[in-house]
Design a protein around this ligand. Structure first.
Ligand code: ZN
Length: 314
């Protein structure tokens, strides 16, 4: 058992919240328990899977790894979904860049994975000095030509250093995977200046999709997610790391309908190793029918949250 990832309180001071199977996986029948810290309120996985054993939860059939090809002949349409997410992310960062376009902006993406967001960012703003870091280089090492003009570094974020501070730091669904979120955020604070903006997007513990789907909610993504943040515990984790929240929205960049759909498939117990081709038309029909509901995601918390933070002033 581990201590709370936010405040360090011992596990005896926590209470179980939910026990789930491994999501999007057929590797094990083990279950995983998330607990709520009695001291700061953070919901975190305890015990977590040792990081060195996590590899078996990222098999070749892992849906995000299969990318658009998982959807068979509908792959081109599925590819547009990722492109749309990247566009939203570029627009969000672009808000800052456009405010002072003459500067050479330094942007760091933590947990960049397959760095399509940075590719879109540099294509849109060629003068940006863009860097991505990740624990493994599998997201970019096979196609170096796709990533020209972007600096990509294999590193643990908690051990990463830079010569100059960053202007914008992004974490798109990274923090919920971090085993030491406070250490990582403190390290990033050391690489910030007073005007630096940190954008953090994570699943929202208080969202309707979590309440609706219970243990099948894909936001748990057990055992890959180490903590599931509410608006309050995310702000507290940032505060303990030297950051303060500037604004928060439940309209993120991730496709919230896809989160609902994956949760529904989890509840149904589908075969995640199979092709998703036959599921494409029901997926699109569901998306169209529920579009009016998902248009409300900035008002109603449907699945994710996006927080902008700045260094604390003291
Ligand atoms: Zn705590």
């Amino acid at each position: 058992m581990i201590n709370c990832l936010c405040c360090g309180a011992p596990p005896e001071r926590s209470e179980p919240v939910i026990t789930t199977p491994a999501h999007m996986s057929h590797e094990t029948s083990e279950t995983y328990t998330f607990v709520r810290c009695g001291s700061c309120g953070l919901t975190y996985l305890n015990p977590p899977v040792p990081p060195e054993e996590l590899g078996r939860f990222y098999p070749d059939y892992y849906l995000p790894y299969r990318g658009p090809s998982a959807w068979g002949r509908y792959a081109p349409v599925a590819a547009r979904g990722q492109a749309m997410t990247d566009r939203k992310r570029v627009r969000r960062v672009g808000r800052h860049v456009k405010a002072a376009p003459s500067r050479r902006w330094r942007v760091l993406d933590v947990g960049c994975g397959h760095p399509t967001f940075l590719r879109s960012l540099v294509d849109r703003f060629p003068d940006i000095d863009a860097t991505g870091i990740d624990f493994v280089d599998t997201g970019w090492r096979d196609e170096p030509r796709n990533w020209q003009g972007i600096t990509l570094i294999q590193s643990d974020p908690a051990e990463f250093t830079a010569q100059e501070p960053w202007d914008v730091i992004t974490m798109w669904h990274y923090l919920e995977h971090d085993y030491h979120p406070v250490e990582t955020l403190v390290r990033l604070r050391e690489m910030a200046h007073q005007g630096t903006r940190l954008l953090v997007e994570v699943p929202d513990l208080e969202s309707l999709s979590r309440r609706w789907y219970g243990p099948a909610w894909e936001g748990w993504h057990a055992p890959r997610h180490t903590a599931i943040y509410s608006g309050g515990t995310l702000a507290e984790t940032l505060r303990r790391s030297g950051w303060e929240v500037v604004n928060r929205t439940t309209r993120g960049t991730l496709d919230t309908f896809a989160l609902w759909w994956m949760s529904a498939m989890e509840r149904r117990g589908i075969d995640w190793t199979a092709s998703m081709e036959s599921r494409f038309l029901p997926f699109m029909t569901g998306r169209i029918l529920t579009a009016p509901v998902f248009a409300l995601e900035g008002i109603v918390p449907l699945g994710v949250q996006l927080v902008e933070a700045r260094p604390q002033t003291r």
